[in-house]
Design a binder for this molecule. Structure first.
Ligand code: FEO
Length: 400
């Protein structure tokens, strides 16, 4: 895509990544893609704000060249060191040998560690202003949103917040780069939540702290480094992030995530019965098969809902391994304080229930009902399963 003017003298440039399968080598984006948004301020001084992963450098250079001669860049602002934003920095410095790189003091150190250079790097302080004549940039430290060195940059004349990871989301840009041009807002909202839970949610306290710090700024445009630019409703994405950060400690929404795995269909049969019970209680439910669904897609549902139903068989005296993997990811992401119930089939001895109880303890989840049955569920077992699901859902309603 060609460079696009966001405000007078301020341009979006950026790269759509539709070739990387796993963001951070971990989170699937094969179908959705992701954008690495960078920005160019063309005033008395020429400033590049953030960059991109080391792919399609020619696209980025052509976009810069539409506006300014890349070799004449005065500054590169590094809001965040992660290589999805800095992957091209060594090449950019070769193209613009006189460029000054700006970031926090921690960024200065990390540039040496990641890219092995220290010259022409200048640390900026919290709230420091860089006067460019035509434009002013103000820097605000935002540690742990997403790494310790992270900051955001605010352009004071047109009130544009270059927020880097904050307020970003998965999803390649599909022609529209602004919220008011976008014809598929639910896609970007869903992918922003998935990105938030996968990448940022562990740092919910720093997110809230950063939002509080920026609260008094007049922001006309939120320009993140991933996903849509919010110029019609900049407050919308900030409010969504604030709401999502609140799920970590406040009450999640009333609802059930039913996640299951099955070896020969016995646990799955019970899952269908339990789901009937939840629906009978009129509580929203989302169902995921852990064998075929990456944790990336299951996490947002568990993060936003009050109840988790786990259906998994015993496998070699322990929890079905794909379910154990999901629990491990949930623990690493510290998605705590949910209510959980368990049901599953076993062959000759149980074990899954015991292991799940251990995970629940680590996650500070309240373990409610559990129900293990040998082999195939009987008709009586299935009737009990409906009752089991209903009872669990009712208990969530009472606590909502
Ligand atoms: Fe988009 Fe933390 O990198």
């Amino acid at each position: 895509m060609p460079a696009i003017e966001v405000k007078p003298g301020i341009y979006w440039i950026g790269v759509n990544d539709r070739t990387t399968d796993l963001f951070e080598g971990l989170w699937p984006i094969t179908s959705e893609g992701v954008s690495y948004n960078a920005y160019l301020v063309n005033g008395d001084k020429k400033v590049l704000i953030d960059m991109a992963k080391d792919i399609e450098l020619n696209v980025l250079l052509d976009q810069i060249a539409e506006v300014v001669d890349p070799s004449k860049l005065d500054y590169i602002v590094v809001n965040h060191m992660e290589p999805d934003h800095t992957g091209v920095i060594k090449t950019m410095r070769r193209i613009a040998p006189g460029v000054q790189v700006l970031g926090t003091a921690r960024t200065q150190r990390m540039l040496a560690e990641f890219y092995n250079f220290t010259e022409n790097v200048q640390a900026v302080n919290d709230a420091e202003i860089l006067d460019l004549g035509t434009h002013q940039l103000q820097f605000f430290a935002a540690p742990m949103v997403h790494w310790p060195e992270t900051m955001v940059t605010y352009e004071t004349t047109h009130r544009v917040l270059f927020s880097c990871d904050a307020f970003g989301g998965y999803g390649a840009l599909q022609g529209a780069i602004f919220d008011d041009q976008c014809t598929m807002p639910s896609f970007y909202e869903r992918e922003s939540l998935r990105y938030y839970v996968n990448i940022v949610a562990l740092f919910h306290k720093p997110v809230l702290k950063a939002i509080e710090k920026l609260r008094n700024l007049k922001i006309d445009v939120v320009a993140p480094s991933h996903g849509l630019i919010w110029r019609e409703h900049p407050e919308h994405i900030i409010q969504l992030y604030e709401k999502w950060a609140g799920y970590a400690t406040g009450k999640p929404d009333l609802g059930v995530t039913l996640v299951y795995g099955t070896m020969y269909g016995n646990t799955e049969e019970m899952v269908d019965a339990v789901a009937q019970g939840v629906v009978r209680a009129n509580v929203p439910i989302e169902i995921f098969d852990v064998r075929h669904t990456h944790a990336s897609y299951i996490l947002p549902s568990i993060y936003t809902h009050s109840g988790v139903l786990v259906g998994a068989p015993t496998y070699e005296g322990a929890l079905f391994p794909p379910m154990a993997h999901l629990m491990d990811v949930l623990e690493r992401k510290r998605i705590q304080n949910r209510k959980v119930a368990y049901m599953g089939s076993y062959g000759w001895s149980g074990g899954a229930r015991r292991e799940l109880a251990g995970w629940a303890e680590k996650l500070k989840w309240e373990m409610a009902d559990t129900f293990e049955f040998p082999g195939m569920p009987t008709a009586a077992d299935l009737r009990y399963g409906v009752e089991f699901g209903y009872r669990f859902a009712q208990s969530l309603k009472e606590e909502a």
